[in-house]
Ligand binder design. Structure first.
Ligand SMILES: Nc1ncnc2c1ncn2[C@@H]1O[C@H](COP(=O)(O)OS(=O)(=O)O)[C@@H](OP(=O)(O)O)[C@H]1O
Length: 361
């Protein structure tokens, strides 16, 4: 692919005035700030991906970082660099299991459960690394590792996580026959979780509504504009794949996992190829894993009360930030029934005919 340092940056122009009109001010972008003054340095692989991205459609109205569109989805720069790098370089093992989520859909929980399941015969109950390491440090994140060109894999642990939509997954994944587990969540709670998370990234003392205001976030989420969005297309991609190839793609729902964690954990273990034996069930191994990975248990571990994750993400993320409330229906505390019904209607229309619905949960 030809890479020009002067390639133009087409934008979705109607959006910029909207952002300005709403009083959205430009915060310094972490990556742009870091990379200033390096214009004459040789292009790194990361720079090359950024050059490629500069020709992609871009929107500046979803919070403090621009979003770039690629293969029908919108991404923050660092995740798109990671996606492009993963598409080019990721080489999974056939026994790998890829944990796929839309951000804020329960990734941390899924990572913990899958990790506890696959490592249960390797560690005693008191030695599991989940007790001393954050779930995000136990299961590598494909885009972040790919963007940094590192491979943080423990070869004995066949897990890797990603937020990449199904149709954009590296082709090496389908070629290797890896299994995929997808976890999705009620979009209203996803939006609220993301909204809280991103607002938490704003500096103390500033008017947070000037940057990330709820009505605006709601509007553009409904339009399909959000990191790794449109949300419904993310869900649909994995749902259709799970219907077509149920032995390759397991489709789980956060609300179902909440309602009957034991049942869904057994299903997950079975699918991953680590089924619980009757003897393990008698010994209470399933319940032990469910308890270990529960929101309260993980949140109260020292490893999750301290430490920083993802040094290369657009923001520094404290491990505590992955544990906010961990409940279903929290959206009701922030937007009204009418807004909820509006988002439900959009999602149901988008999912109609697919055989999947969030409303039946
Ligand atoms: N163990 C467990 N059980 C249930 N729920 C949990 C758990 N761990 C994290 N959470 C809640 O998941 C939300 C964060 O989503 P992700 O883990 O997908 O975030 S991320 O994409 O990895 O940043 C976020 O949801 P909200 O509380 O609604 O914001 C977390 O609180």
């Amino acid at each position: 692919m030809l890479i020009s340092r002067r390639s133009p940056t087409p934008r979705v122009s109607k959006i910029l005035p909207l952002r300005q009109a709403r009083g959205y001010n430009a915060l310094p972008l972490v990556h742009e700030a870091r990379e200033g003054g390096e214009k004459d340095a040789p292009l790194t692989q990361q720079d090359k991906y950024k050059e490629i991205m500069s020709s992609f459609p871009r929107r500046d109205d979803w919070v403090v970082q621009p979003l770039y569109q690629y293969q029908g989805f919108w991404y923050f720069q660092v995740y798109l660099v990671g996606l492009l790098a993963a598409q080019e370089n990721f080489r999974p093992q056939p026994y790998d299991i890829v944990l796929c989520t839309y951000p804020k859909s329960g990734t941390t929980w899924l990572k913990a459960l899958a990790y506890a399941i696959v490592t249960r015969s390797r560690f005693s109950d008191f030695e599991n690394p989940l007790l001393t390491k954050a779930p995000h440090d136990c299961v590598p994140f494909l885009e972040i590792d790919a963007a940094r060109n590192v491979c943080n894999r423990d070869q004995e642990i066949p897990l890797v996580a990603t937020h990449i939509p199904y149709n954009s997954l590296p082709t090496s994944i389908s070629e290797s026959g890896c299994k995929l587990v997808y976890l999705c969540r009620d979009p209203k709670d996803v939006l609220m979780s993301m909204w809280h998370f991103l607002r938490g990234k704003l500096p103390e003392g500033i008017d947070k509504d000037a940057y990330i205001n709820l009505n605006h976030s709601f509007e553009i989420f409904c339009e399909g504009i959000s990191g790794n969005g449109p949300y419904w297309d993310h869900v649909l991609g994995y749902w259709k794949a799970s219907v077509k190839s149920p032995e390759e793609v397991l489709f789980l729902v956060y609300e179902d996992l909440k309602k009957d964690t034991v049942f869904n954990v057994k299903k997950l273990a079975e699918f991953m190829g680590y089924p619980f034996t009757p003897e393990e069930e008698r010994r209470g191994v399933v319940q032990h894993i469910v308890d270990l990975c529960s929101f309260d248990s993980l949140r109260n571990l020292k490893a999750n009360k301290s430490g920083v994750y993802s040094p290369d993400s657009p923001f520094t993320v404290q491990n505590t930030e992955f544990f906010r409330k961990g409940i279903t229906g929290d959206w009701k505390n922030y937007f009204n029934e009418e807004m909820g019904a509006h988002l439900d209607q959009i999602i149901e229309e988008k999912l109609s005919g697919s055989g999947f619905s969030f409303l039946s949960r």
